[in-house]
Design a protein around this ligand. Sequence first.
Ligand SMILES: C[S@@+](CC[C@H](N)C(=O)[O-])C[C@H]1O[C@@H](n2cnc3c(N)ncnc32)[C@H](O)[C@@H]1O
Length: 365
Amino acid sequence: MGGAVSAGEDNDDLIDNLKEAQYIRSERVEQAFRAIDRGDYYLDGYRDTAYKDLAWKHGNIHLSAPCIYSEVMEALMLQQGLSFLNLGSGTGYLSTMVGLIIGPFGVNHGVELHKDVVEYARERLDDFVKTSDSFDRFELCEPQFVVGNCLDISSDSHQYDRIYCGAGVQKAHENYMKIMLKVGGILVMPVEDQLTQITRTGQSSWESKNILPVSFTPLVQQSRPDAIKRDTVDLPPVSVRSLQDLSRIYVRRTLRFLTNEESRCRGLPAHKPPQKRKRRRCRQRCINTYVFVGNQLIPQPVESEEDECIEEELKDKEEEKEKEEEDATETLKAEEPQVNLLRDRILSLPLPESLKTYLLYYREK
Ligand SMILES: C[S@@+](CC[C@H](N)C(=O)[O-])C[C@H]1O[C@@H](n2cnc3c(N)ncnc32)[C@H](O)[C@@H]1O
């Protein structure tokens, strides 16, 4: 069973496909998707399927299909400094992408039912912070995850600018989700097999828009719905950053700006853009059927015969070009090793080693 877009060979290839099929439409969403390798959220031995447009489930670990995440990220209309709540935060893949857009002055909370999944999400986040060059290219609002049933969040919890629910919501729980939203905020969730975007337009008014037909596994209901007193889930507090933490953010921001400027003056890109591969087939987004992928209903593009003929004619030429480009890419890769300009800059500062290590977030690489 195929997904909504062609399988990719790696993360950049998958993002190229999502972009071409117009699931990814804005630059900031594209950058966040490129910065975080979906394969890093897979268990060893399963990574080869990570770049297909398919949902993945293994034990309690469950990732939705990339085309769904693309629509979700676009529909959330994220901006710097916003507060975000992820209900059913799973592996933390989506929360981390959101964190790259909302930046260090945002709020990034997730609630996940399974303790082992929260532990897995924390490990994945730690790996990202410790080893990914993307961490140095962006400013991250690190997600904070709590274990619990998101239907048991205490009623006096704070409200959020953006909320996503990653599991199917019953109509009866729609209001529960809606009141956690600030006025002007946006909630994206699957309700009755429709991925829905809800905007809170006033204290007691909301506007709702269907984005995509989907089929999500429903949210696990509370264990004792009839009990008068249930254990409530406390969301993490919204804390003010320490002066030391703020200084690190601003020092890194200034150095990143300077290195980017220097690169620009020398006519170099601030960081090497991903090498776009020419793909064999160019699919149009022409959705007129849906297929089940895992337990999600995915729009399936259907190509017309006319499309097929034109593609056949173009295929030979494309393959020739593709070969040339791949050769050129390989040469380029061999000649230009990836450099982390911010890291190099910090390491060259006339500062005590301990301070440089702090500025580097104790990163291993
Ligand atoms: C499709 S996965 C979401 C994955 C997530 N978006 C990510 O980036 O990895 C849905 C998640 O919702 C969780 N879940 C289901 N019912 C829940 C509930 N009542 N409260 C909290 N989490 C729940 C599941 O355990 C699962 O991890």
